[in-house]
Design a protein around this ligand. Structure first.
Ligand SMILES: [Zn+2]
Length: 145
C-alpha cells in the first residue's frame, strides 16, 4: 500500500482503471464470480451483440435482472476513496468498465465509461435515450416510444 501511495504521489497524471471487482463490495457480483450472471447465463448465448440482435427478448431477460441489481446499490469505500483522490487533484480520471454509476454516485466527476451506463439506455433503431426508470421491464424487450 505504501509503495502504491508513493507511485500515485509521484505520478504526473494518475488515473484509475476499474472493473467489476470494485463494485462487488457494494453487492454487485462480478459476471464471473460464483453468483455472477455468467454462472446462470451462458456467455455464448447472452454475451455477444449478435445474440442480442438475433433474440432481443431472450437477452433482455438477463439484462433486466442485471439492471435491477444496479438500481438500489450504494458506493463502497473504494468508490469514495477514488472520488476523494480526484477532489484533492491527485487522481485525474477514472476509466471504468462498470455500468453501475457508482463512481459518479460517490462523487467522481471525470468518469470515462468504457461500456456506458445502465441509466442511459439508447434505442438501437432511432437513438432515443432512456433512463432506467423510463423502461418497462415487465414487457421484454422494452418498446420504444
Ligand atoms: Zn426507438
Amino acid at each position: 500500500m505504501k509503495e502504491v501511495a508513493e507511485k500515485i504521489k509521484e505520478a504526473k497524471f494518475a488515473i484509475a482503471l476499474t472493473g467489476a471487482g470494485i463494485s462487488t463490495e457494494s453487492g454487485i457480483p462480478d459476471f464471473r464470480s460464483k453468483n455472477g450472471l455468467w454462472s446462470r447465463y451462458d456467455i455464448n448465448e447472452y454475451g455477444y451483440i449478435e445474440n442480442f440482435m438475433a433474440n432481443p427478448a431472450k437477452v433482455w431477460k438477463m439484462l433486466a435482472e442485471m439492471l435491477l441489481t444496479f438500481k438500489d446499490v450504494e458506493p463502497n469505500p473504494a468508490h469514495y476513496a477514488l472520488a476523494e483522490l480526484e477532489k484533492e487533484g491527485i487522481l485525474k480520471a477514472v476509466i471504468t468498465q462498470n455500468i453501475d454509476n457508482l463512481h459518479q454516485k460517490a462523487g467522481s466527476k471525470n468518469v470515462i465509461e468504457f461500456h456506458g451506463n445502465f441509466n442511459r439506455l439508447t434505442c438501437m433503431k432511432c437513438g432515443a435515450k432512456y433512463g432506467i426508470d423510463e423502461i418497462n421491464l415487465e414487457e421484454l424487450p422494452p418498446k420504444c416510444k
